[in-house]
Design a protein around this ligand. Structure first.
Ligand code: SAM
Length: 159
């Protein structure tokens, strides 16, 4: 698969998965946590799909389009592994993590800490969506929408 095709499939997976889970998240209490602001596209999408919901966004730095920058009180800068730890126990309804790099060795390092962090951030019944696998005993894998192939993007429920 070319990098262009890979990018398109990632964008499609993000949109289709977020569209699928947002109606359920809308009925659940709890913060939404966006791990990786990037250009701000998925943050912008979540803001549209979950009007009124507080979305706290994490990144090392702000590189987003001006239309997609969270308010200062909802933006946490620094290394997610450290900054998001302070939110453990917050009982988030949704954690979306788009911090894959496309480099297997770097993503393997992320896989050593991200699943446990997400499990501790979510409420029971809350949903995790991630571009990298979330292998953890408290994160039960859910099937993606039909448009998303298995192992393209991951959805889990906190049990
Ligand atoms: N979903 C975003 C969008 O729709 O525009 C794109 C996110 S981009 C692929 C990943 C972002 O996560 C980058 O801005 C990068 O700086 C940030 N990031 C990745 N790993 C991180 C880490 N360990 N700590 C803080 N930020 C991180």
């Amino acid at each position: 698969m070319s990098r262009l095709d890979n990018f398109i499939s990632r964008m499609t997976a993000q949109r289709d998965i977020l569209n699928q889970i947002c109606p359920e998240v809308a009925k659940m209490e709890g913060l939404v946590l966006e791990l990786g602001l990037g250009n701000g596209r998925t943050f912008h999408h979540l803001r549209e799909r979950l009007p009124g919901r507080r979305i706290v966004v994490f990144d090392r730095e702000v590189g987003a389009h001006a239309s997609s920058i969270p308010e200062a009180e909802n933006l946490v800068l620094g290394e997610i592994r450290e900054t998001a730890r302070k939110f453990i126990g917050i009982d988030a309804a949704l954690v979306h993590a788009d911090i894959g790099t496309g480099y297997d060795d770097r993503d393997a390092v992320t896989a050593t800490w991200l699943p446990d962090l997400i499990a501790r951030l979510l409420r029971v019944g809350g949903i995790a969506v991630s571009g990298t696998p979330l292998d953890h005993p408290l994160l039960q894998r859910l099937p993606p929408p039909p448009s998303v192939s298995a192992d393209r993007y991951f959805i889990c429920r906190r049990v």
